[in-house]
Design a protein around this ligand. Structure first.
Ligand SMILES: [Zn+2]
Length: 110
């Protein structure tokens, strides 16, 4: 019986094992992780005919020495929440700014 090597993939950040669902092997028997499938969020109700969207969560910027690209769901959720908070604050600040600009305009008209 030949010994089979099973490659497992772990979260770059917390080392938790990533789900086996997206582990696959190519024609040469080389194992790899289908990150795009792992990153895909299915949509129950299609948007503009699209049935899912891809959310790539990568910790680190091009300036950083390290990139954490393969993340487990727990880490992805943690960093996504931070991203959502950042975007919400940004959008809220922009909306406020817009409102302020509108009010100034009204005041100028008086
Ligand atoms: Zn993790």
């Amino acid at each position: 019986m030949s010994e089979q090597t099973v490659t497992t993939y772990n979260c770059d950040y917390c080392s938790r094992k990533l789900p086996d669902d997206y582990r696959t092997t190519n024609g040469q028997g080389k194992s790899y992780y289908v990150k795009k499938a792992h990153d895909t969020v299915p949509l129950k109700t299609p948007v503009s005919g699209c049935t899912g969207f891809v959310v790539e969560v990568t910790l680190g910027t091009p300036k950083d020495d390290h990139h954490f690209t393969d993340l487990c769901d727990t880490c992805r959720l943690k960093f996504l929440k931070m991203a959502v908070e950042h975007l919400e604050a940004k959008v809220a600040a922009e909306a406020e700014e817009q409102e302020g600009a509108d009010n100034e305009g009204e005041e100028a008209d008086v």
